[in-house]
Design a binder for this molecule. Structure first.
Ligand SMILES: [Zn+2]
Length: 92
């Protein structure tokens, strides 16, 4: 009788892509993430994301197994911390 795997070790694959658009739209970037148990191979689902694709946010493949994350270079957009600091600074 085999024991059920308790999923203690993981393997993740991240594919980062550059998506070129006709001018004048800027190039966008995406990170597609898959995670599976390194011991038994069972894939993990990503929870709480809408199915599909979102060029400015996060989504998941229809089978739930690939998170599709919009990303950008650090210098292209404020981070959440920058946004909080800006809101705090302008409140005075
Ligand atoms: Zn496992």
């Amino acid at each position: 009788m085999s024991e059920r795997c308790i999923h203690e070790n993981f393997r993740a694959v991240v594919a980062v892509g550059r998506i070129e658009h006709p001018a004048p739209k800027p190039m966008t970037f995406a990170a597609d993430v898959r995670i599976q148990c390194a011991d038994c191979g069972e894939p993990f689902q990503f929870l709480g994301l809408p199915a599909g694709y979102n060029a400015k946010g996060a989504a998941v493949s229809v089978d739930g197994l690939e998170a599709r994350l919009a990303i950008c270079p650090r210098s292209d957009a404020p981070t959440p911390l920058d946004t909080i600091f800006t809101k705090t600074s302008t409140a005075h």
